[in-house]
Design a protein around this ligand. Structure first.
Ligand code: NAG
Ligand code: NAG
Length: 407
């Protein structure tokens, strides 16, 4: 630039230097372009579910602090220690999975795209609709309904805790249920079809990955006032089936579904057991429910794939994945020394006081399985993402997401 602005003719050397520079830039551009084209295994990734994959949809919603993560110490290991709304010290499983699929940027939160231009620039690459605290059921996590529901139970314990805290532990407010996430997606598909035409849109959607991680909050809420486990699980899986069918009808073909993890072993549930039974260990009723839900989810997905032409799926067995890490906390690939307590949070298991700026924070996040009372660390999410992407049949069935993407 300096040479071209001066009145002197550029010397041979500087001319050669600038053509080399131009050639280099072109090469770099071409390389980036090629890389972008060749490493992205699918055109787009659309994400649905709860806090395990939320990247900030709840930030501006009227929800309690329990369903927000846009304050410190969340994001302490994110670039510039930015809290983004991810329930993690850094990245979550959705972020890390899309990296495996060749995306540099994780699909952004739908509600963070506030202009038409922002939506248009993202809609062909993927968008994230997940909302912390939400569930497969419409009412899960939503405050007014939750209070009514609990007011009709006989559990005196629950009454007491509501009176004391003036809220229930799993009711957060206006979280976005799965049906509303699908409604938002449906509006997006209409926009895409208007802009690119229906057949081009259908082609893009049929090649994209639909990543879903949901069901844990429904299970938490049910377990606060359990009635009939078999009925609960049947209705949960039937409702899940309804949502997946709706996505299929909108054009989705490739589903990556994450099953419900052993929820009884997270810090908040270890504390729950300690309070209720006075003993150490995982809260077994939740683990039983989770374990029973897996074969039902697997059967439901297989039934759908048998019935719906072109539908393909990959089901990750969270229960098996987490159990494997519990059984093998120290390997060549990872090294965990704290398997029970949250990194960020106070009291027993770091679960009695919520993670925030004032809460105790562990020094090394990578040696903890749990980041806060209810969520894994980035280190664990990385293992989950890697397994979902490339894991063997012990963990992902009938195929993994890499195979799903390449179909
Ligand atoms: C937020 O939700 C609470 C509880 O449902 C409600 O009382 C309050 O009016 C809501 N606030 C806004 C601004 O909508
Ligand atoms: C899958 O990988 C795990 C962990 O490396 C291993 O223990 C298991 O035996 C493998 N399962 C199959 C079916 O290859």
């Amino acid at each position: 630039m300096a040479a071209s602005r001066s009145n002197r003719a550029p010397t041979m050397a500087s001319r050669t230097a600038s053509s080399v520079l131009v050639a280099l830039c072109l090469l770099l551009l071409a390389a980036t372009d090629a890389e972008a084209r060749h490493t992205r295994l699918v055109p787009a990734v659309f994400v649905f579910g709860d806090s395990t994959v939320d990247v900030g949809n709840n930030n501006d919603l009227n929800v309690t602090a329990g369903a927000k993560a846009n304050f410190p110490n969340y994001g302490v290991d994110f670039p510039r220690s930015t809290p983004t709304g991810r329930f993690s010290n850094g990245l979550n499983t959705a972020d890390l999975l899309v990296r495996g699929l060749g995306f540099r940027i994780s699909p952004p939160a739908y509600l963070s795209l506030t202009t038409e231009k922002a939506i248009r620039s993202q809609m062909h690459k993927g968008i994230n609709f997940a909302s912390a605290g939400s569930g497969v059921f419409d009412n899960t996590g939503r405050l007014p309904v939750c209070v009514v529901l609990l007011a009709h139970t006989d559990g005196s314990d629950i009454h007491k805790s509501i009176n004391r805290a003036n809220r229930c532990e799993h009711c957060f407010g206006e979280v976005i249920p799965m049906s509303q996430q699908l409604e938002y997606f449906s509006e997006l598909v209409d926009r895409m079809a208007k802009l690119s035409g229906p057949s081009k849109t259908a082609r893009l959607l049929s090649r994209s990955i639909f990543f879903i991680s949901a069901g844990s909050n429904d299970m938490f809420e049910y377990s606060a006032a359990p009635s009939n486990d078999a009925v609960f699980l049947r209705v949960l899986v039937a409702t899940y089936k309804h949502h997946i069918t709706a996505l299929y009808e909108m054009g989705a073909r490739k589903f990556s579904v994450v099953s419900i993890p052993p929820l009884g072993c997270i810090p908040s549930q270890r504390l729950r057991r300690l309070k209720q039974l006075g003993t150490q260990g995982c809260f077994d009723p939740l683990n039983d429910l989770s374990l029973r839900s897996y074969p039902m989810l697997a059967a439901m997905l297989q039934q759908l794939a048998d019935k719906l032409p072109g539908m393909r799926y990959s089901l990750a067995d969270s229960y098996a994945m987490v159990s494997f890490v519990f059984a093998n906390p120290r390997t060549d690939s990872w090294y965990f020394t704290e398997l029970e307590a949250a990194c960020c949070g106070g009291g027993p298991f770091g679960a009695a006081f919520a993670c925030n700026e004032k809460a105790p924070l562990c020094h090394n996040r990578d040696d903890h399985l749990f980041w806060d009372a209810n969520h894994p660390t980035q280190a664990v999410s990385a293992i989950a993402a890697q397994t979902i992407f490339a894991g063997n049949r012990t963990f992902v069935n009938p195929i993994n997401v890499r195979e799903l993407a390449l179909l």
